[in-house]
Every structure is written in structure tokens, then in C-alpha cells.
Design a protein. Structure first.
Lengths: 187, 98
């Protein structure tokens, strides 16, 4: 078994290609980190990363980096094009009021794309994720099949997607649920 | 499905929330009698009427306060705890028995 086997999804279960109207990708091995604390917002600015002004929003901080706010004091930095760091929090946290969040290790990252993605998620989640009520840039901290999750609507390579973050310990169950929900949308 | 409005996340299914007990003023544990401390820890208001309660939105780990009628079970409002708890409360530590 390779060192990073735990970060890789068995290729027979998911692929980056569309299967019917839905694509489900596993971005768990892509880079992300988090900061929390009263100084988190100013710390991000020092890193030249813009932060959303309000909780539950996600913005493009530079060409390929997304910053997601979960409260006024908690932010995740998502880099879907970069592989995960060997040391997940390779940043300087010497400042007071800024604490690291180990979301690289704590959460699995699924990316769901396709025209029917909101329709599929309606089977699993109580929040209305249709584009008229959940526009690009919106974030919902809610439940997916009774499992706590974070759902963010943004773009990756100009494609509208849902990024779904699930606690690692429940990710296998949630993946089964997503694959089952996708069945009716397969071509 | 019953809906509760989370001050941070908006309306959510009640299954996403966890009850955290009534909002009570904590006595100074270094000075209060055993009975006063027990009153604070174990007893809650039982008269029919509006009560303030702690609730947790589990997916975001966000604690807030809800005003609920304990007879009709109607939730009349929810708000961030900062509306009540503005200042840090510190008790004297020198009087704590060793």
C-alpha cells in the first residue's frame, strides 16, 4: 500500500468523466487548509488572500484559490488544482488569535458537477440548492443523508460545481449514498 | 418537518439542532452555597411560558439562543449569544479551596 492510499478513491468507483448527467469527483488529495480565530481574516489578507465579508460565502481569492467563510472567524482555503502538502499546514501561525484548522485531514472533498446536480442533491439534503436559491458563491452548512456536511457552490475551470465536505469517518457511507442517488441520472 | 431558524445559517430542519439547556445566570462557584450551585446545575424553569434556551446547530457547531414557549412549543425568536453575553466573566480564583 502506498503512503497516500488513504487519500485516493478507488478508480473503479469514481472518475472525472461524466456518467450520465452527473459527475462526482474525489478531490480529497487536493490542497486545502483552514484558519480560525479573531485574527483569521487579517491573517488571510497578509497572505494576499481576500476573504468573504459575511459567513457562508465562497470567493475566488486569486486565479485558482478559493476562500470559504464558515463564520466571522473561520475560513477554509481551497486549492483544487494543487496536490496536498506533505505537511498539511505548512504555514506560519506565530500570530496571536489565529489557529490552524486541519481540514486537509479531517474532511473528504467531493466535487459534484452536471446539470442535474441540484436535482440529485434534493433527494438527500433539505436545503434548496437550485441556482435561483443557492447562487454561485453560496455555502450551506447542513446535513446530507443525515450526515453533517458543508456544501459550496462555485466554479472549477469555469464549470459550475458543488464542493461537498464530509467528515472522513463518514465519507465512505456518504459516497455510497451519492452513488446510489446518482443512479437514476445515469444515461 | 419542523423548521428552526439558525441566526448564522438560516432556516434548517430541526434534526440539525441539539438542545443545550435553559439560559441561566451562573453563580460565582467560589462563593455560592451548595444548594445554590445545585439549583443552577440541576433545576430548570417549569412554569408554562416563554423560556430562553441554548441550541446547537450541529453541522456548523454554532451555539445560539432560542426563545421558545414550553407549552405550545412555538419558537418565537432566535439570536446570537452576543446579544446577552457581551463581556467575559471572570471569578476570583484565590478563594477556590485547594
Amino acid at each position: 500500500m502506498s503512503d497516500d492510499a488513504g487519500l485516493r478513491t478507488p478508480p473503479t468507483r469514481l472518475s472525472s468523466d461524466y456518467d450520465g448527467a452527473i459527475s462526482i469527483q474525489d478531490k480529497t488529495h487536493k490542497r486545502r487548509s483552514g484558519v480560525r480565530g479573531i485574527g483569521a481574516s487579517s491573517w488571510l489578507k497578509q497572505q494576499n488572500l481576500a476573504a468573504p465579508d459575511t459567513p457562508n460565502r465562497i470567493i475566488l481569492a486569486d486565479n485558482k484559490t478559493w476562500v470559504m467563510s464558515l463564520s466571522n472567524r473561520e475560513y477554509w482555503v481551497l486549492e483544487p488544482h494543487e496536490d496536498a502538502d506533505t505537511f498539511p499546514m505548512g504555514r506560519d501561525f506565530s500570530e496571536d488569535g489565529v489557529y490552524p484548522l486541519f481540514c486537509q485531514s479531517s474532511h473528504r472533498w467531493f466535487v459534484i458537477a452536471g446539470e442535474a446536480k441540484a436535482q440529485m442533491m434534493a433527494k438527500l439534503c433539505g436545503v434548496d440548492l437550485r441556482s435561483e436559491n443557492f447562487e454561485s458563491g453560496a455555502v450551506a452548512q447542513t446535513q446530507l443523508a443525515l450526515v453533517n456536511c458543508i456544501i459550496a457552490r462555485h466554479t472549477i475551470d469555469d464549470e459550475d460545481v458543488f464542493s461537498v465536505f464530509i467528515d472522513q469517518s463518514l465519507a465512505e457511507y456518504t459516497l455510497e449514498v451519492l452513488l446510489d442517488a446518482r443512479q437514476e441520472f445515469l444515461s | 418537518m419542523k423548521i428552526m431558524n439558525c441566526p448564522l445559517n438560516g432556516p434548517r430542519n430541526i434534526s440539525e439542532f441539539v438542545y443545550g439547556g435553559q439560559v441561566k445566570t451562573m453563580p460565582d462557584h467560589t462563593l455560592s452555597s451548595d444548594s445554590a450551585w445545585a439549583e443552577y446545575v440541576f433545576y430548570e424553569k417549569t412554569e408554562i411560558g416563554l423560556v430562553l434556551e441554548w441550541w446547537l446547530h450541529s453541522p456548523s457547531s454554532y451555539w445560539f439562543i432560542a426563545e421558545r414557549h414550553n407549552g405550545s412549543d412555538e419558537i418565537t425568536r432566535t439570536f446570537a449569544p452576543e446579544a446577552i453575553f457581551c463581556d467575559r466573566v471572570d471569578f476570583k480564583t484565590s478563594e477556590v479551596p485547594v
